[in-house]
Design a protein around this ligand. Structure first.
Ligand code: NDP
Length: 385
């Protein structure tokens, strides 16, 4: 890499991806440094991170916590801002070369667009942004000459398989799915599952929203839409296969029938490091995969009838327009309501389907139209009984 270290802004530094990204930066401090850290409400961890990594600026989205963060960091010469609008401003700062979008939900959209328009490369963890406005985000990235490096392990796998192959046509890609804690359950069995079970993912330790999305398979549905935009594919070129060991992270098949897959232990630090240090592969101490520890890697068909979110996501992608934005917004509300014990697990797809039926179809994908559909879907999902 070049002599200068790459300045990173982490949106959502206190979350699962954010904290693992800081572990990567700590280990790769010869080439990476932190320019900006942002959090939603976890002021204590944000302060601790700022004191260790000495960013230029921090943002706490929750306005009422600004004073606490300011008092802790003012004497250290670290600037402190608050509010969600500040997220979209700090990503534009001169010292920032790359923005890691590691916050949850459609809240990531505006800061991602600001970063792109300021010419900053993106390390994209926040898949919801691509689901809501993939067409706009990819068009803006092209216009401003910005690269979007996927962090999601499946998309990072595809991205890594495509290195050196960018001009070779893709026949299809296969996204692997662990199947989550309810793999093999039928619709009846899903009626009895608890919140604690849904929050207990077999292979990955992640934030609450994506953990529930993984249990309901909506995560894979969102990933199908994310893949469409990242790799310029049609819905029928993106397949899903259940692979409970989470070792094969995804597969590309080219037009000659040849397949390439990327393998490794389920550890998000690897795709995070690849995105932050792209195109370099730097030495690290992450645990290594050994085939002899996994004598059997298995693959199964996903169950679209028990996990209805999968079909809802494919249908939304095929129909296009505002459908993916509605799907995402309703799902965000459904997951929040499930975590507050307002609805049962099996009702998650019901909420999404209800919103898809009740928000009018809009072909237009202007930002204003998508934001309006998002808001309407949230309201309908919140009223679902
Ligand atoms: P977490 O819930 O662990 O962390 C989310 C981060 O975003 C926290 O720093 C949180 O702040 C902050 N945040 C949440 N809401 C807002 C908001 N409205 N405004 C500003 N900041 C906010 O999530 P994850 O790290 O698990 O996931 C982040 C993204 O990465 C998601 O889009 C997810 O789908 C994607 N992803 C995650 C993977 C994983 O392994 N975790 C794997 C692949 C993709 P605070 O905690 O301070 O309130």
């Amino acid at each position: 890499m070049s002599e200068e270290t790459r300045g990173i802004a982490i949106l959502g530094s206190t979350g699962s991806i954010g904290t693992q990204a800081l572990d990567v930066i700590r280990d790769q401090s010869d080439v990476l440094h932190v320019e900006v850290l942002t959090a939603g409400r976890n002021a204590d961890l944000l302060i601790k991170q700022a004191l260790e990594f000495r960013p230029n600026v921090v943002v706490i989205a929750e306005e009422s916590l600004r004073e606490k963060v300011f008092d802790a960091l003012f004497d250290e010469g670290i600037k402190v801002y608050s509010g969600t609008e500040a997220l979209a401003q700090v990503v534009e700062m001169e010292g920032v070369q790359m923005v890691l979008t590691a916050l949850v939900g459609a809240a990531g959209l505006q800061p991602t667009l600001s970063a792109i328009r300021a010419g900053k490369h993106i390390a994209l963890a926040n898949k919801e942004t691509m689901v809501v406005a993939g067409e706009i985000v990819t068009a803006e990235a092209e216009k401003y000459g910005v690269m979007i490096h996927p962090v999601d392990s499946e998309h990072s796998a595809i991205y890594q398989c495509l290195a050196g192959e960018f001009h070779n046509p893709i026949e299809k890609i296969v996204l692997t799915a662990s199947g989550g804690p309810f793999r093999g359950y039928n619709s009846e069995q899903l009626k009895a599952v608890t919140k604690a079970q849904a929050l207990n993912h077999p292979n990955w330790d992640m934030g609450a929203k994506i953990t529930i999305d993984s249990a309901s398979m909506m995560n894979k549905g969102l990933e199908v839409i994310e893949a469409k935009w990242l790799f310029d594919l049609n819905a029928d070129q993106v397949e899903i296969i259940v692979h409970p060991q989470s070792i094969v992270h995804s597969i590309v098949q080219f037009t000659d029938g040849s397949m390439k897959a990327q393998l490794g232990l389920p550890d998000m630090k690897l795709p995070i490091q690849y995105a932050l240090t792209y195109p370099h592969r730097l030495k690290n101490n992450f645990p290594r995969f050994d085939f002899l520890d996994y004598p059997s890697l298995t693959f199964e068909k996903p169950d679209f009838s028990a996990f209805r979110n999968l079909q809802l996501a494919y249908d939304s992608l095929s129909k296009g327009g505002n459908r993916p934005a509605i799907l995402n917004a309703a799902n965000e509300v459904a997951v929040a309501r499930f975590l507050k014990d307002e609805i049962q697990f099996y009702q998650l797809p019901d909420v999404v389907e209800h919103a898809l039926k009740n928000v009018g179809y809009e072909k237009s994908t202007t930002l204003d139209a998508l934001v309006a559909s998002d808001l309407e879907a949230r309201k309908i999902a919140a009223d679902f009984k």
